[in-house]
Design a protein around this ligand. Structure first.
Ligand SMILES: Nc1ncnc2c1ncn2[C@@H]1O[C@H](COP(=O)(O)OP(=O)(O)O)[C@@H](O)[C@H]1O
Ligand SMILES: [Mg+2]
Length: 322
């Protein structure tokens, strides 16, 4: 697991054959066998630190679902099983257009699974591997959607803790941006050891300084830091901080000044650049304090001269950004 940490940077391919492919096939067979009455497995969708995710057809309801199954290699570990249950419980309580909804959860003798709404399209990670940089307009749109989803989750007392491109899904059909993967999200405070930190978070690239030092009382502003790193990566096509080890990258998040974004994204509007940099202030007080504050700031300036803002005041109707 430890050796995988730095391979899971944003541009690494998700499946590294032949090991991953073989595991995937084996798991897929197991899922097909165990859940044959409820789901028909169609194809793999992705894989992360906790789960393997498959596109499956719900036999009774005649609809597709994304079936997330606890990774085969973690099946025997009670801490992983409990984390998976916690993820399901937490997801079940969140209901927001920017958060992937949970359909069902179940445990059989040989596997644990949750069925979620299938989001057709790709993850932001896949998109970044394809395109490297994302336009300022699209970056703004993604950030606004995510800031709203985070604001809602934070209002429910939930901190996501694992913002990264693979956990952001882009719905090809509706244009919506959805936040996925609450596998390390927490309601209560949590005091992880450095080893736990590494295990829980595949990569330190999106980790806030307070998360990197193992602060037990993270709040929503820590997620907004991670959101800032996402925005930086989308515009600049590179991460703000990189390094050869978990420790080196974490240390940069804690101590190194942020390399200015403007020179790396010369065509991006200044307000967008500033909003992203404000997400990544080292001191919590200097960041955006709430997702809605960030969303409003980005949304308000989405048009030149605030034309849309004026239009909105006249009509008093909300103009969706999507
Ligand atoms: N609802 C979904 N619809 C489509 N693809 C999904 C869905 N949920 C997850 N995926 C894909 O599976 C990958 C892993 O899912 P994720 O929930 O992040 O698992 P993990 O907790 O193991 O990181 C995602 O990066 C994404 O590519
Ligand atoms: Mg994930």
């Amino acid at each position: 697991m430890e050796a995988l940490i730095l391979e899971s940077t944003v541009r690494a391919p998700r499946l590294t054959p032949p090991f991953e492919r073989a595991t995937f096939d084996m798991e897929r067979e197991l899922v097909a066998r165990e859940l044959t009455r409820q789901f028909q497995v169609v194809r793999p969708l992705g894989r992360g630190g906790m789960g393997a995710v498959y596109l499956a057809r719900d036999v009774a309801l005649h609809r597709y679902a994304a079936l997330k199954v606890l990774r085969h290699d973690l099946r025997g570990r009670e801490d992983a099983r409990e984390r998976f249950r916690a993820e399901a419980r937490l997801s079940a309580q969140l209901e927001h257009p920017g958060i992937v909804p949970l359909y069902a959860f179940g445990e059989t003798a040989r596997l644990m699974y949750m069925a979620m709404r299938y989001v057709p399209g790709e993850s932001l990670g896949e998109r970044l591997r394809r395109e490297e940089r994302i336009s300022a307009q699209e970056t703004r749109r993604v950030l606004v959607h995510l800031a709203r989803a985070l604001d809602y989750a934070h209002g429910q007392g939930v901190v996501h803790r694992d913002l990264k491109p693979e956990n952001v899904l882009l719905d090809r059909e509706t244009g919506r941006v959805l936040l996925a993967d609450f596998s390390v999200a927490r309601r209560r405070s949590w005091d992880p050891s450095p080893a736990e930190l590494r295990r829980a978070f595949g990569t330190p690239h999106f980790m806030s300084p307070e998360q990197a030092v193992g602060d037990a009382n993270l709040d929503g502003r820590s997620d907004l830091y991670g959101l800032g790193v996402l925005g930086y990566l989308m515009l600049a096509g590179q991460l703000p901080f990189n390094g050869a080890s978990f420790e080196e990258i974490s240390a940069k998040h804690i101590f190194s000044p942020l390399p200015p974004l403007a020179p790396l994204a010369p065509h991006a509007p200044r307000d967008l650049v500033r909003a992203i940099e404000r997400c990544m202030a080292k001191e919590l007080e200097r960041r955006w304090q709430h997702g809605r504050q960030l969303a409003a700031a980005l949304d308000r300036t989405a048009d030149w001269f605030g034309v849309r803002g004026m239009f909105r005041r006249f009509t008093s109707r909300r103009v969706p950004l999507a």
